[in-house]
Design a protein. Sequence first.
Length: 212
Amino acid sequence: MMHIRYPLSLRQVEDLLFERGIDVSHETVRFWQIRFGPMFAAELRKRRIRSKSYSLWRWHVDEVFMRINGVRHYLWRAVDHEGEVLEAYASKTRDRKAALAFLRRAMKRYGSPRIIVTDRLASYGAALKSLGIKARQRWGRRLSNRAKNSHQVFRRREGAMARFRDIKTLQRFAAVQSAFHNHFNLERHLVSRTIFKQRHVAAVAEWRLLAA
């Protein structure tokens, strides 16, 4: 949880655990993240899907550039109107085929949204036309800021990890990090401190129950 939730390197997590009396190597932390991260993320995502109706909401989608071994890749992200990350999808291109695969993957899990906010990339229009929901597309100045802001958290994690080795590692970590971010994103700036503390206690308790 420490490695995924916070912008910490594997060796920094190793040092923090050692201060708490847990002597493990950074490679052990990496193996834990690879083995248990997707399991925890899938369970967190499953619980959130049961409690919300994403198909009735507005989605914001955007793509960000990523470099892996000097080669440009793309990380597509879909967030709802509250900033919750719905889907993260890594690809080598950002053409119609990649946009279509990304949207189909998100809609298979969450259903078809009421409105989709995009930028002016032509790939989105072509993909939405293939899906028969081109009329739901919206774009405009600052409308896609919700999706662009969601990239900032992942950018900080990318810096701590000194980038990624391959596209599979990027895809796996992006999916896990999104689920963890959603679980601990308690909208602190929108509620009072009392409500925030209550939500924080509930989130930590749910995490400990899941990890147990």
